[in-house]
Write a protein of this length. Sequence first.
Length: 61
Amino acid sequence: MSEETVPQQGGTPAAARPKGLLQQMEELMATLNADLSALDADLQSPGGARRVPSDQGGTTG
């Protein structure tokens, strides 16, 4: 195995390193939570909720 295939331990600044999977997941979860909070606020606001017609399911016939 040559030195080229071994990852370097100290030469790369932290900002240039790729993010770890855990950090990516935390950022995605934070973004998802913000989107869901905005959606919830839209649905809670007067006139913000669009009702689905009641004829879509519920009874069989």
